[in-house]
Write a protein that binds this ligand. Sequence first.
Ligand code: ADP
Length: 250
Amino acid sequence: MLEVKNLFYRGILKDISFRVERGSVVGLAGKNGSGKTTLLKCIGGFLNYSGFVLLDGEDLKKLSSRKRVLKVNYLPQILEISFPYTVFEFLLSSLVPLKGFFPSLADEDIEKVEFYLEKLNIYHLKDRIFSTLSGGERVKVLIARLLLVDPDVYLFDEPGAFLDVEVLPFLAEIVKELKEREKIVIITAHDLNFLLDVADQFVGLKNGKLFFSGGKEEFLENVELLFDTKLRILRSQNEIFIKPYTGGKG
Ligand code: ADP
């Protein structure tokens, strides 16, 4: 279980607490500027918060950064790397924290990288310099990197932002696989329908405070207040859609 307990960060996050069981996908929702990225960065260990992030009772602050990245890892919204790594070199280097202090990479590591290049449909990008890739291509490489490291807790910050619409179902499939493997996933997305599709638990942030946490129904009850806007919630037999309210029937 992941437990965020009385977490504060500067004036930005104020007393955030919630719990997530293994095998759960949390949709982290809130307006722009509500603190979602900051919260993911705190959980990922990039910011010096006060309070606790506990995984199975263990305080993640007490771990070395090498050990922490193996427990919790993060898909950033934007990554600039200044070294001229190829995609292949970049992915291979992501395996270093798994190797201890004197890493030596073996054939099986190369196979692993090639496996994920194929899985993400980016084998053709293998020898490209990472910094020359498009936003969508970078996101796929970063997802491959995350899967290679395979932490217990996956944090996805707006993974859909740069992806073509046909890639979203594929991403949803990856998240489903992680859930089946008893991972914990926390994901932010502007697309509330994507979030409804993939998440089974929701955390709403408003002005840096926890506005609610709960299941799908709690999310639907709170979503208009969370975003301060009128929405239409459409329910068909197995699916729920959220649409902006336009006044008409459309
Ligand atoms: P969200 O991801 O929900 O859009 P953020 O976590 O990016 O929100 O930002 C939350 C608030 O913190 C915003 O008001 C933002 O301007 C502020 N903020 C983000 N990063 C910094 C920073 N490095 N220094 C100061 N303020 C920041």
